[in-house]
Write a protein that binds this ligand. Sequence first.
Ligand SMILES: [Zn+2]
Length: 301
Amino acid sequence: MKNIAGMIMLTVVFLTACGDLSAEDETNSEGSEQNTPQEKTEKNKDDQEKSKEEGKPDEENAAEKKNQQDESESSEEKPVETLYQVDSETSSIVPVNEEATEKAVLLTIDDVPDSHALDMARTLKDLNAGAIFFVNGHFLKSQLDKDVLKQIKKLGFEIGNHTDSHPFLPDLPREEQKNEIVTLSDEIEDIIGERPKFFRAPNGANTEYSKKVAENEGMVVMNWTYGYDYFEPYMDAEKLTEAMVTGKGPEVDVPHSLLKPGANLLMHDREWTAAALEDIVAGLRDKGYKIADPKTIKTID
Ligand SMILES: [Zn+2]
């Protein structure tokens, strides 16, 4: 009985999860004090650009760029040992090597790069915590968007494919499903010089065909174990931190913890998630969890 209840819980979490678009809609409908998503995005990006230009002498900017280049070169040069593989049923990461710490979690960030991805990448970099950033083509329209993606890559993060326009894949004919996946991998390659190795469908909704396309494109397909930042009660840094660190989301009917070794944690490019990120990483580490380096996850060669 307990197992069945657990399964139902998981299914509920799953079906409502990565409710990226619906979560956005809910947030936006709160309305009055918020700008439209488009305005918000552009404003924040302007701010980012301004802060890049303001107050930093050119030399310092150049030094920063150089450092980032060095980081990316060194991380690419070092051969990294494969420690984990993604379980195709549960999306957990499973040790494949005695060197692997079993008590580890994988951090993933979807709907990138909207307004907060670069800040989130810098936060994670400072904490020496790896993550996969799953990007959408509709966030890669401007040169600034593309530069942000390049910087996230240079900071050492894995870039994943989250489809071109974030559709519900099961609603699309095969040809469009394929386009959604392949055109974005092409675009990512144009920008960062390599094709993504991981794929996550919007809302976790794959078809047998979309899975096959993603795998033929050389990507490991994954959903996630839990995530709470797209549920209204957890659109708050403090409450989100508590939910992510405990694995429990009592306000969305997850009274028991979903945190366990290998858990694949879903987050998004959102204001409250960016604000919570440092505490989430610290909290998970306090509980004895290692943040897995995505570069140690087995990919399709
Ligand atoms: Zn999404």
